[in-house]
Design a protein around this ligand. Structure first.
Ligand code: O2Y
Ligand code: MN
Length: 592
């Protein structure tokens, strides 16, 4: 018997009977097991050794070129009723999805090893953590799950004690994009993924469990599973405030989570601590505050754009014990991507590098590294009770209109700011450039149920006794008339975080406007920063006609979630519309 939990033992036997593996291996999560897997993958070419002098214990994996990213059109939420999945998800009836997946999984592991991966999302002794078991036929997935989760014997012991776990069944199949599905069965706490070996499609603890299934668990149990980084900001007095922040992809989440303070701030004693770069689970504590854990134990970060200039902490993190996927390689066998010094000789597909073939590293190439390797890793990341959240930040890439920072007047307004979030597409994304894509709370690809119900769940946290975080919206990407960014971003963003914490501590009065509270110009510390003339005024301006159009667009977007749009959220949108229609008092100089 491999498990003392009959439900687990039975499920593994049932899957083995369906998939016919040559061997079954229960993962214990040990270093010896990891080393043996790596040796096996080096022998069969799944992994390639990188320069062991410059990058000890670092390896390269090249995925099938047809399998390089999450595929949203094949990602399905199988609630019994289509309305429960909402217009924000692809839906299939559970019975039809089961029939489809059973046919795909039948006999698919012949000649392969079936790995059983017990894992825990969150500190192993935390009541906020939740466990799962992934069955996979991919040793690459096992190695990545060992880095990304608390995997192995301790997780299995917790699962056997609690008797509860999320089930995840994964097979790479033949990697045929025509036979690929990532199915979620929230009521069964079950994930089934077939036909992809890549990232979010295959490491089922990450997006599938920690967001799509966990958002359902959180709704049922009274907590939030969010697509947010968690960062601790320590001020010169030694007080650390924790901030959770949601941004759509390509907005620098990992960079913010690992921010390096500007020189003057470092000298004054400011420090930044990384708790998580992608996912945050939050629950009210006995004192009414929201407490957060990062359910992950590692980073599955995008390589291009990571450099000494943008994120030295990430570079230090991935200098050893890292699995690279789809990066290029230099003449001396070091991993390489656009933005790094040096020259690639081999591209991500293993071909001699030729610029005519496109970038050397795939734009979605990745590194997988343990969070413990991050120089700014917080000692509170393992705290079973989580960290208390002082501020929630929403953000997007908005070249126009959205100010550098604004604060919601209350929780309901904060939920509206999150629901209205969006980003304009860049050249890096497929499709038209400069199109605004709404992405409420950055959860569009990850919310495992109807967005209308999700907004209602958020609103429900505002109840007697709650001491909720303040909610802000930031825009690091505002551009001037000349098309250049008005704000330098990166480490300088700490100046904006400092203002937020001054609001939290009651030491900044801010300026009330119809769209929220903005900093008075003298409340942002700009010492040592050279902004273009007039940039600050532009960054903090409120363009009333522009905002009237924006509120109309937000109203139209939210109407798409009727009849499940909470009336309270609609009323909040109407409140801001009315506030914008009221003539500006003369004192509110920022309002045009
Ligand atoms: O393409 C993938 O499978 C990875 S997507 C990803 C990875 C790490 C963190 N966030 C994301 C995301 O898409 O939000
Ligand atoms: Mn993400």
């Amino acid at each position: 018997m491999a498990s003392t939990l009959p439900a687990l033992e039975r499920w593994v036997n049932d899957v083995a009977a369906l998939t016919h593996p040559a061997h079954v291996h229960w993962c214990d999560g040990s270093q010896a097991e990891y080393d043996a897997l790596v040796a096996h993958m080096l022998a069969d070419g799944t992994l390639i050794e990188l320069n062991q002098q410059t990058h000890p214990r670092c390896y390269l994996h090249r995925s099938d070129p047809r399998d390089v990213a999450r595929v949203e059109r094949l990602t399905v939420i199988c609630h019994e009723h289509e309305e429960d999945a909402g217009p924000n998800n692809h839906w299939m009836a559970p019975a039809a999805a089961h029939a489809k997946m059973d046919a795909l999984f039948a006999g698919c592991m012949r000649g392969r090893t079936l790995y059983v991966i017990p894992y825990c999302m969150g500190p192993i002794d935390s009541t906020l953590a939740r466990c799962g078991v992934e069955i996979t036929d991919s040793p690459y997935v096992v190695a990545n799950m060992r880095i990304m989760t608390r995997m192995g014997a301790a997780a299995q012991a917790r699962i056997e004690r609690e008797g509860e776990f999320v089930r995840g069944l994964h097979s790479v199949g033949e990697l045929d994009p025509e036979r690929r599905w990532i199915m979620h069965f929230p009521a069964e706490r079950l994930i089934q993924s077939f036909g992809s070996g890549y990232g979010g499609n295959a490491l089922l603890g990450k997006k599938c469990h920690a967001l799509r299934i966990a958002s359902n668990q959180g709704r049922d149990e009274g907590w939030l599973a969010e697509h947010m980084l968690i960062v601790g900001i320590q001020n010169p007095q030694g007080k650390t405030h924790y901030i959770a922040a949601a941004f759509p992809s390509a907005c620098g989440k990992t960079n913010l989570a690992m921010l390096i303070p500007p020189e003057g701030y470092r000298a004054a004693g400011w420090k930044v601590w990384t708790v998580g770069d992608d996912i945050c689970w939050m629950r009210p504590g006995a004192d009414g505050r929201l407490y957060a854990i990062n359910p992950e134990a590692g980073f599955f970060g995008v390589a291009p754009g990571t450099s000494a200039a943008t994120n030295p902490n990430a570079l230090a993190t991935i200098a050893h014990d890292t699995i690279y996927t789809n990066v290029a390689v230099t003449a001396d066998n070091q991993p390489w991507w656009e933005g790094l010094p040096g020259t690639p000789v081999t591209d991500w597909q293993g071909r001699p590098y030729d610029p005519a073939n496109g970038p050397a590293a795939h734009p979605n190439s990745r590194f997988t590294a343990s969070a413990r390797q991050c120089p700014t890793w917080s000692d509170q990341a393992e705290a079973p009770q989580g960290v208390p959240i002082s501020a929630i930040v929403f953000g997007g890439r908005r070249p126009n209109l959205l100010p550098l920072v604004m604060e919601a007047r209350d929780w309901t307004h904060g939920v509206l700011l999150g629901a209205a979030m969006g980003s304009e597409t860049t050249a890096a994304a497929a499709g038209a450039v400069g199109v605004l894509r709404r992405d409420p709370m950055a959860m569009k690809p990850f919310c495992g149920y109807h967005y209308g119900d999700y907004f209602a769940h958020w609103l429900a946290f505002d109840r007697p006794g709650a001491k909720l975080p303040r909610v802000f919206h930031v825009n690091w990407f505002r551009k001037g008339a000349d098309g250049r960014f008005l704000w330098p971003g990166f480490g300088e963003n700490l100046r904006v975080l400092e203002w937020m914490l001054a609001r939290v501590e009651g030491s900044a009065s801010g300026m009330d406007t119809p769209i929220g509270t903005l900093p008075r110009p003298n409340e942002l510390n700009l010492a040592g920063l050279k902004l273009a003339p007039g940039a600050l005024d532009e960054l903090l301006a409120v363009d009333r006609p522009g905002w009237q159009a924006e509120l109309a667009a937000i109203g139209e977007y939210l109407a798409g979630f009727a009849p499940r749009l909470p009336p309270k959220l609609h009323a909040e949108q109407q409140r801001v519309v009315a506030a914008l229609a009221t003539p500006a008092p003369r004192a509110a100089t920022a309002v045009a």
